[in-house]
Design a protein around this ligand. Sequence first.
Ligand SMILES: CC(C)(COP(=O)(O)OP(=O)(O)OC[C@H]1O[C@@H](n2cnc3c(N)ncnc32)[C@H](O)[C@@H]1OP(=O)(O)O)[C@@H](O)C(=O)NCCC(=O)NCCS
Length: 231
Amino acid sequence: MRYRIVEQTRPGGMLEHVYRGVLLPAFPPEEIESESSVADTLDAGLGSLFVAVDGKGKPAGAAFGRWSEASRVQLLTYLAVDPATRGHGLGGRLLHEAMDTWRGRYDPCMILAEVESPDAPAVHEAYGDPRRRLAFYESAGAKILDLPYFQPGIGGPTKRVHGMLLLVLHADPSFTEGRPDRLSGRPLRTFMEAYLESSEGATPTDWDAKSLLKAIGREDGIPMGRNETQR
Ligand SMILES: CC(C)(COP(=O)(O)OP(=O)(O)OC[C@H]1O[C@@H](n2cnc3c(N)ncnc32)[C@H](O)[C@@H]1OP(=O)(O)O)[C@@H](O)C(=O)NCCC(=O)NCCS
């Protein structure tokens, strides 16, 4: 089957079909925001939805990302391929297409992604295998940031998802200057503060959030690469 990748930057169009048919079934409910929240991001001109469609126009995979102008950080919010089509290169194509577009369009400081730790058990076949998923991103050049990371709670801090990793898919060389194994945390702190606030509805002041922001702010930069204990 041949697929072509199309990008949508406005709400409407294929969003409903893609959200309900591709994205929603691929993520545990606590990890995925509502369709209206995705639509709002597109409406604000900050989102991009890449859709892989087959010859009949049916979506088989999608990538959605959100741009943060204040931090100049791009988040790959969701990437999913229909379970029947996984393992045939479509996820890799979507990832490369999205990253090439974002690099050209925004010249971002960083492109990030969140994934479950490989230590997390594979909870449901539809959500994929955390080890293979991490391998997928690492083969695309992603590096794990050594942070006490959690996904901000969608709707409040009690909804946080622990056991997640933050990956850097691309960093402008100015943020790794002199130390290719360290990432300067400046844009990341601005990004993370805004992400926590917009997702959880308020600026968090709890210990976990403070620890995360403190680790991001390390003067010598955030270690990145693969933590041997995670192998
Ligand atoms: C991760 C995912 C997008 C990869 O898409 P894909 O089209 O299968 O990937 P490709 O064919 O380009 O690359 C193959 C690699 O993807 C990964 N992969 C394939 N099937 C997978 C699955 N069921 N679970 C996890 N990773 C898988 C493996 O690393 C595989 O390499 P391998 O065959 O050497 O093990 C897809 O498996 C998926 O939708 N998973 C569920 C949703 C998800 O985890 N999204 C990522 C978080 S944002």
